[in-house]
Ligand binder design. Sequence first.
Ligand SMILES: CC(C)(COP(=O)(O)OP(=O)(O)OC[C@H]1O[C@@H](n2cnc3c(N)ncnc32)[C@H](O)[C@@H]1OP(=O)(O)O)[C@@H](O)C(=O)NCCC(=O)NCCS
Length: 176
Amino acid sequence: MGSPETKISPEIIQTDKNDVTVRLFRDEDLEEFSHLFNKDLSHIRAHSYGLDVAGFVTWAEDIVEGNPPDGVRLMMVCSDDKIAGCIVLGTEQDGTQNIAYAAGKDYEGQGVMSSAVKAVVDNEAKNGKDVIAQVKRDNLRSTRLLGRVGFKFDHWDFEFREEVYKYAHDDKAKDS
Ligand SMILES: CC(C)(COP(=O)(O)OP(=O)(O)OC[C@H]1O[C@@H](n2cnc3c(N)ncnc32)[C@H](O)[C@@H]1OP(=O)(O)O)[C@@H](O)C(=O)NCCC(=O)NCCS
C-alpha cells in the first residue's frame, strides 16, 4: 500500500489530510487535552473496551510532573490547531510498538483518526518497527480503523481476551 504523501519530520507528522497532524504531547497541552476527554467520556464508557482513556490523561499529568512513563510516547492528534484525539505508543520487550488511540467525541466519524494512525505507523515502519494493536471483539469502530490503515489480524490474546492486529514494517517495505 505505501503512502508517498505522508511527510515525516522529528517534530511533527503530517498526515494525508492537510489539516491533520500528529506531534508529541507538550506540557502546555494538558488543559485542552484533559478537557477533551473529561468533557464527555460517554461514547467511551458505553462500551467495555478495556481502554482506560482517563489513563491517557494520567500519563499526560505524569509527563508534566516530569515523570514520563517508561517507553511510552503520548502523541496529540491535531485538527487545525485543536487537539482532536491522542495516540499512545508503548514499547514491548522486543521493541515492537503497541498502539492505542482515542478520538474526542466531536472528531469521530470524519476519518481523522485513520489518517493519524496511518501516518504514525508508517513513521514507525520506516524506522524498522512493527506495530501491534489490541482490540476487544465488540470494538467494531476500532477494528474498522485498523483494517482501513492496513493492519492484519495476527492472533488472539487469551490473557486479555483481545484480538491482536499487526502492521509489519517488512510488509510495508515490500509494498512501497
Ligand atoms: C476507535 C476510534 C478512534 C475510531 O474513531 P473513528 O472516528 O471511527 O475513526 P476515523 O477518524 O478513522 O473515522 C472513520 C469513520 O469516519 C467516516 N468518514 C466520514 N467522513 C470521512 C472522510 N472524509 N474521510 C475518511 N472517513 C470518513 C468513515 O466512513 C468511518 O466511519 P465507519 O467506521 O462508520 O465506516 C473512536 O471510536 C474512539 O475513540 N473510540 C474509543 C476509544 C477506543 O476504543 N480506542 C481503540 C482501542 S483499541
